[in-house]
Design a protein around this ligand. Structure first.
Ligand SMILES: [Zn+2]
Length: 682
């Protein structure tokens, strides 16, 4: 009920606002200016997308106020027309010749094709015809061509990938390629060296399924896949002022006005059936006031009209080299990420800037594992019911199957939401570590070459490659806002060699955790360095990155920076001296007693505000809260050996004896209002 009331309030407010600005038509135009300024000198532009729900609008021709449902319906009619035209284009050009002609980037006369998809299609002479007897603006045809062009261009990549996978089809079981066969398939696929392995694996499975059904391998992707489906969306970015305009209110930078020409009936007969509709966009606070807005894509999701508004903001440019302070990030084994800063001195020596920190998400990873098992169990049960039912919709098990399907869908979306939240949280943590250390670059271990190694298997059981890809993408995005470069470095030997002298390390059980499984601790027989193996790995990555920074290359298409290969001569210099405390910490007498710090006593909540946020009576149980937003970061207070990293401790396990534990309080808010029947209140 509350939600409905709020939505209604927003809608009425939006309509009142629209009507007011619509009535004073000339006045409203003067207070509206084009949003944002262009990116200034010495700065780069970062484009992101904000989703805005359209809660209503107004017809400029009749002056009628339109509800959200009506605006969505009218946009839906226009989208359906564009969709039909797109589907026609896709069906007509879904063949190797046309897709390769578009992908070649050259027209018949050898001139370069325009980058905008609709312009490229026009140059090739691929027109989009509206349905019989329907009048559409040329801009609607442009939107159809834009969508078809984008889909056909992305198909060119799948075409090349399929051709590569087919050319290097393994002799034995395609699901179990040997390292040599992996090298062969990566060489056959364009950009295969750096391609995530799940992409090649899923394409292999697709080809296998075709082979099972047809008894032979497919010739190309056009045999393997049907033409891509056209979506019901309006790509307004392909239009000009005759179809759509977006403007930001100068007085209120959080609001923008979208004007778009929409049909007033599903089958518009003439230009009189098209009219301008204006809608107010309330921008989310993530859109900064100075950002330039671009024409959005309109999409209908569950009967509601959503605008996906791209915006460009000016960000400080990220440098490729010339870095002094770097953050090294390692994909850990039991911890998700280990990171720490390294400093490049004026004489070329590299020193670790501290003991580093770890991002642990054991709770979330366990939850993800439980959800995965639950999903597998549900799918097994669905398969069983289907076999028993034999595909008969009247079978008594059909209802049960539908319930199981809905449940499996919910489990899948819960997993995907949790993966998303985990990726954002890990990326935010990484960039915050870099900001705190004053680093201008983040060196990230390139996880894509972990393929076909035991390391990959171990990590795979905990976290899928796609989540790690998401963390990398989001780290790049968040770092770009701060002008911090993100560079991937080859992971070879990062946990095998000593960060201080590059000798081979010996792995053993951690001295403080003798009961724990695995070989978490690394010790150098050469120089005596020892520490957590993840700790050594981030030191190695940071040192490798700083030493190789002049070898950093930028990918022309994606703009991603990477150190391509390890240079042995440079690598010999990529040693990081462990962090040493500047003062002499050797003992000369008894340790002085530390002054007890007084902590303010917890205040009683105000009456009616009974929020005592679920504080546990003893420490330790705190980390089991829901959601991934509880990374344990930072080393605990260090007391002894500086070169020994101290993994983050659960609050309360260390120094917990000095901490004043607040008295136990009733948690239920009702208990604050006075004595309840049957409740004992002290
Ligand atoms: Zn060593």
């Amino acid at each position: 009920m509350l939600g409905v009331g709020y939505g209604y309030w927003t809608l009425t407010y939006a309509i009142a606002f629209l009507t007011r600005s619509m009535l004073s038509n000339s006045g409203s135009l003067s207070e509206v200016v084009m949003g944002g300024s262009s990116a200034g000198g010495g700065s780069a532009g970062l484009t992101s997308c904000a989703r805005v729900l359209i809660r209503g609008g107004a017809d400029e021709g009749t002056g009628e106020v339109l509800s959200a449902r009506v605006v969505a319906e009218r946009a839906g009619w226009c989208a359906a027309l564009a969709q039909e035209m797109t589907a026609g284009l896709l069906a007509g050009h879904w063949n190797p010749e046309d897709v390769r002609a578009l992908a070649s980037g050259l027209d018949a006369a050898g001139r370069a094709l325009p980058t905008q998809a609709w312009m490229a299609l026009r140059r090739l002479g691929w027109g989009a015809a509206p349905p019989e007897g329907v009048h559409v603006n040329d801009r609607v045809a442009r939107m159809a061509q834009e969508q078809a062009g984008r889909l056909l261009r992305s198909a060119a990549w799948r075409d090349a990938l399929t051709a590569g996978v087919l050319a290097a089809w393994p002799q034995g079981d395609p699901a179990k390629r040997s390292p040599a066969e992996w090298d062969a398939v990566r060489a056959a696929v364009p950009g295969g060296e750096r391609m995530p392995s799940p992409v090649i694996r899923s394409r292999t499975r697709q080809v296998q399924a075709f082979e099972k059904g047809h008894g032979r391998l497919p010739a190309d992707v056009f045999e393997l896949e049907r033409p891509p489906g056209a979506g019901a969306l309006l790509l307004l970015s392909a239009c000009d002022k005759q179809e759509a305009v977006i403007e930001r209110y100068a007085t209120e930078p959080g609001r923008a006005l979208l004007r778009v020409k929409l049909p007033s009936r599903p089958d518009p007969r003439s230009h009189r059936d098209w009219s301008w509709v204006r809608a107010l966009l309330v921008l989310p606070p993530t859109v900064p006031p100075g950002a330039a807005l671009h024409l959005p894509a309109l999409r209908i999701v569950k009967g509601k009209l959503r605008a996906e508004v791209p915006f460009t903001r000016a960000v400080p440019p990220a440098r490729r080299s010339g870095h002094q302070v770097a953050l090294g990030v390692d994909w850990g084994i039991s911890t998700l990420l280990s990171a720490g800063a390294a400093v490049l001195g004026p004489d070329g020596t590299i020193t670790a800037g501290g003991a580093g920190a770890q991002f642990r998400a054991a709770g979330v990873l366990a939850k993800l594992g439980r959800l995965r098992r639950q999903g597998e169990w549900l799918h097994a049960k669905i398969g069983h019911c289907e076999r028993l039912g034999g595909g008969n919709p009247g079978h008594p098990l059909a209802g049960k199957t539908a319930v199981l399907r809905a449940e499996a869908e919910r489990v899948a979306s819960r997993r995907s939401n949790l993966n998303d939240a985990l990726a954002w949280s890990a990326a935010r943590w990484t960039v915050d570590q870099a900001i705190a250390a004053g680093a201008s670059v983040i060196y990230l271990e390139d996880f894509r070459s972990l393929e076909a190694r035991s390391m990959g298997k171990t990590l795979n059981t905990r976290l899928s490659q796609s989540v790690r890809g998401k963390i990398a993408v989001r780290t790049r995005y968040l770092a770009a806002k701060e002008g911090i470069a993100v560079v991937t470095v080859p992971p070879r030997g990062t946990s095998r060699n000593c960060p201080a002298c590059l000798a081979a390390l010996r792995h053993r059980k951690a001295p403080d955790r003798p009961g724990e499984a695995g070989w978490k601790w690394a010790a150098c027989p050469g120089c005596g360095w020892q520490g957590d193996r993840d700790h050594g790995a981030w030191m190695r990555i940071a040192a490798r990155g700083l030493a190789h920074q002049d070898k950093t290359v930028t990918d022309r298409e994606s703009g991603a920076m990477a150190v391509g290969a390890v240079d042995e001569a440079i690598e010999a210099r990529a040693v990081a001296a462990p962090y040493a405390s500047p003062g002499d910490r050797s003992k000369t007498g008894p340790t002085p007693r530390r002054k007890k710090k007084s902590r303010p006593a917890p205040r009683d909540p105000l009456p009616g505000q009974a929020t005592w946020p679920g504080r546990p009576a003893s420490g330790g149980a705190r980390q089991h809260g829901p959601g991934p937003a509880a990374p344990r970061s930072g080393p605990g207070p260090r007391r002894d050996h500086d070169q020994h990293p101290q993994p983050a401790q659960a609050p309360g396990t260390r120094g917990g004896t000095r901490r004043r534990v607040p008295p136990r309080r009733p948690r239920h808010p009702a208990a604050w209002d006075g004595p309840q029947p049957g409740t004992h209140v002290r």
